[in-house]
Design a protein around this ligand. Structure first.
Ligand SMILES: Nc1nc2c(ncn2[C@@H]2O[C@H](COP(=O)(O)OP(=O)(O)OP(=O)(O)O)[C@@H](O)[C@H]2O)c(=O)[nH]1
Ligand SMILES: [Mg+2]
Ligand SMILES: [Zn+2]
Ligand SMILES: [Zn+2]
Length: 704
């Protein structure tokens, strides 16, 4: 019995204990939940966001500010590093995003480990499980907030990289377009000056300025390797635009792999071939023209530079021959197919290509056709050896036989030479009437008084209104006509739109055993006419040839930095930091502002309540200071209306509101209001647009 009694007491004690324990559990659960919701959740979220921010900043700093980020390497067809935003930027971005994610993951793992350390699967858990649940809830909320923050940081970073990349790509392709356009407009299409090649060069290839490297850059243009400069795999920097000195790099023809001169592509290029049959005097004419050009330069009327040593060497040799009165024998004239000289008479630099093809070529029109320079010739010097004209040969047979060795007359009649020239031009589809300028030049006029004959014709002519050149042109034309070349003249003038006639003597005298120097006469005039508006041989005030670099001139300066390293990572990091700071600062300011505004302005609905009026309608506006409200229920002054009026004479609302001219409008529930004074149940409020009145129910009742 006693056992049963004590059993019962014990059971009761256990029951009470159990009830107390359950009560404690429930209290703890409620307490922890409350704390979790109002204290731990916000703290947890802020802590997690802070941790994510810390991780992002730390990785950004380690990777992009002090570190070098993703290890770049030369990529693509060129021996160079891609421009940062064309390659490395996105790897750098992934590196930061990935590494900061790993760090965030590590934090979660650390929290998980702590969880299992704190809450083990044993009887204690029976007491601590509310804490465990709280822990899980806070971590879950924090993880959500942290993930959101990570997303925002990552997207912000991506937006910055994408924007910069877009700008870089746009800049690169704009500059490329500008460069192409400029080449097109300024007539700078390049042609290989070498005899066997003469290919049109879209873009030469350039050598790395680092002599230890010697890599070749095939497409040195603004683009994915760099906007204004690019980095060679050796670390040296190369400019991508001629504007920035690309022409100072050593460049080669992509067709024949021979070195090009540096000023090609910078100066205005003018191509002029000298056309005549064999032994008509082309080479002497070219040599004499160079003598004359240098005489002009010595007089201070012209700037001259040879873009390559090779041409200078030729010139020096010719000069020696001319000064000693020796003719330049064809064998000793290793005539480059194009002779290049850079000229300036005050305007822009002119790179003149003069072609002196061997006379034999004209005999074989199929070979001539392959001479591509006809395509891009700007003008042609058509040389006529007077002693190749059949009528002259007949007329001056005696004198000619005596001086045959000195004059070396061409065996090809001008008509035949011209026919072959025309055939070549037509085969190249130059058009019905060529727009190229044609200078018809009578040469060797020192011999057997030819120049005297022309001067006599000129003297008999009426003065020409077109000036000295027009007078000379018509005199030479008349002389040719007189000597049986009328057909040739008519042919020429039908085929070319722009023709002028000249006479000259490259040697100035008949070459004989005498050692007096040759003094050329009249050789520059045809060039002056062909180059008019570009080079002025008569009255120029020259500027130095800025762009010309002979081989002896300093090459592009070698600027070398560690390969593949850029400052862009640091810039991106700084931009990211700046945007995060402004994002956080901005939202804080906004919250502050919204909060301040909130304390000032509330919504109309916050102060309006359904009326207790038994009819269900709202109380009409009335004067709250009046004790009697019953006399103003007439429409429209009732039911959810707000009366706004401007009649300042009415101070006592109740009476005034009955006036027919009162405007009554609804006051929307979301109209912002500022409470100025409260006399329950009335509020003296002001709307944002400045209307002031009493409000009760849905009504605003303006008193002024
Ligand atoms: N009198 C005189 N003779 C000249 C003059 N210019 C050239 N000659 C003569 O003409 C010959 C041929 O001259 P080149 O200049 O070699 O002729 P080319 O047209 O270059 O000949 P190829 O190269 O064979 O096609 C020379 O040997 C000179 O004797 C000149 O101004 N006066
Ligand atoms: Mg020759
Ligand atoms: Zn290099
Ligand atoms: Zn070439």
């Amino acid at each position: 019995m006693s056992k049963g009694k004590s059993d019962g007491a014990e059971a009761l004690a256990y029951l009470i204990g159990a009830v107390v324990a359950i009560a404690i559990y429930i209290t703890i659960i409620i307490f922890v939940s409350a704390v979790a919701i109002y204290v731990l959740f916000p703290i947890g979220c802020v802590a997690f966001i802070g941790a994510v921010l810390f991780n992002y900043v730390k990785v950004l700093y380690e990777e992009l500010v002090v570190g070098k980020g993703w290890a770049d390497s030369p990529a693509g067809p060129e021996p160079a590093f891609k421009q940062y935003f064309f390659r490395k930027a996105r790897y750098d971005y992934w590196e930061v995003v990935k590494k900061s994610a790993l760090r965030n993951w590590a934090v979660l793992v650390w929290l998980k480990d702590w969880f299992f350390k704190l809450f083990q699967w044993n009887y204690i858990l029976a007491f601590t499980f509310p804490l465990a649940l709280g822990y899980i809830a806070v971590v879950a909320a924090g993880t959500t907030a942290g993930a959101l923050a990570y997303l925002v940081f990552g997207l912000l970073h991506m937006a910055i990289v994408a924007t910069c990349a877009g700008a870089a790509i746009a800049a690169a392709y704009t500059l490329r377009g500008v460069e192409r356009l400029q080449m097109f407009i300024r007539h700078r299409s390049l042609k290989c000056p070498y005899r066997e090649c003469h290919e049109k060069i879209a873009l030469p290839y350039y050598m790395c300025p680092n002599p230890a490297c010697g890599e070749r850059h095939n497409k040195l243009l603004p683009g994915d390797y760099g906007v204004v400069k690019r980095q060679c795999k050796c670390g040296a920097w190369l400019p991508t635009l001629f504007l920035f000195g690309r022409n100072q790099l050593v460049s080669y023809c992509p067709s024949c792999d021979r070195q090009l001169n540096s000023s090609m592509g910078v100066s205005r290029n003018v191509h002029i071939p000298i056309i005549a049959g064999r032994s008509a005097g082309k080479s002497h004419y070219l040599a004499a023209a160079m003598m004359e050009i240098h005489r002009r330069a010595d007089d201070g009327g012209l700037s001259v530079a040879f873009p390559e040593k090779q041409y200078e060497a030729d010139y020096v040799q010719w000069k020696r021959y001319f000064e000693s009165g020796n003719t330049v024998r064809p064998t000793q004239l290793k005539s480059p197919d194009a002779f290049l000289v850079n000229l300036n008479s005050g305007g822009e630099d002119c790179l003149l290509y003069v072609y002196d093809p061997a006379g034999e070529l004209l005999q074989q029109t199929d070979t001539m056709r392959s001479q591509e320079f006809f395509y891009y010739a700007d003008g042609i010097v058509f040389l006529i050896d007077p002693f190749s004209i059949p009528q002259v040969q007949g007329r001056l047979q005696k004198e000619l036989n005596a001086a045959k060795l000195q004059i070396g007359p061409s065996e090809m009649a001008p008509q035949d030479a011209y026919a072959n020239l025309l055939q070549t031009l037509q085969q190249q589809k130059v058009g019905r009437r060529s727009t190229k300028r044609l200078a018809v030049v009578l040469t060797k006029t020192d011999a057997i008084n030819i120049s005297n004959e022309i001067q006599q014709i000129a003297a008999r002519q009426p003065p020409d209104k077109g000036g000295a050149q027009a007078a000379e042109s018509s005199a030479v034309r008349a002389w040719l006509e007189k000597n049986g070349e009328g057909n040739l003249l008519r042919g020429i003038e039908g085929d070319f739109k722009s023709v002028s006639y000249f006479y000259c003597s490259p040697l100035g005298r008949v070459p004989d055993s005498g050692a007096t120097p040759f003094v050329p006469a009249g050789v520059l005039k045809p060039f002056g006419w062909l180059l008019r508006s570009i080079v002025d041989f008569e009255t120029g005030t020259p500027k130095p040839i800025a762009q010309t670099k002979t081989l002896a001139a300093p090459a592009y300066p070698l600027i070398q930095t560690p390969p593949g390293e850029t400052v862009y990572g640091k810039i991106i990091a700084a931009m990211w930091a700046l945007s995060v700071v402004s994002l956080v600062g901005g939202s804080l300011l906004f919250a502050l502002w919204a909060n301040t505004a909130g304390s000032d302005y509330a919504y109309a609905s916050d102060y309006t309540t359904a009326s207790s009026n038994s009819s269900g309608a709202y109380d009409s506006p009335r004067n709250p200071l009046s004790s009697s409200n019953s006399n103003n229920n007439a429409a429209p002054y009732n039911s959810n209306s707000a009366a706004f009026r401007s009649d300042t004479s009415v101070r006592n609302g109740a009476a005034a509101l009955k006036k027919a001219d009162n405007t009554v409008i609804y006051l929307a529930a979301d109209t912002p209001l500022k409470v100025i004074e409260i006399r329950m149940p009335w509020y003296w409020v002001q709307t944002r647009d400045g209307a002031v009145g009493w409000i009760h129910g849905n009504d605003i009742y303006p008193l002024r």
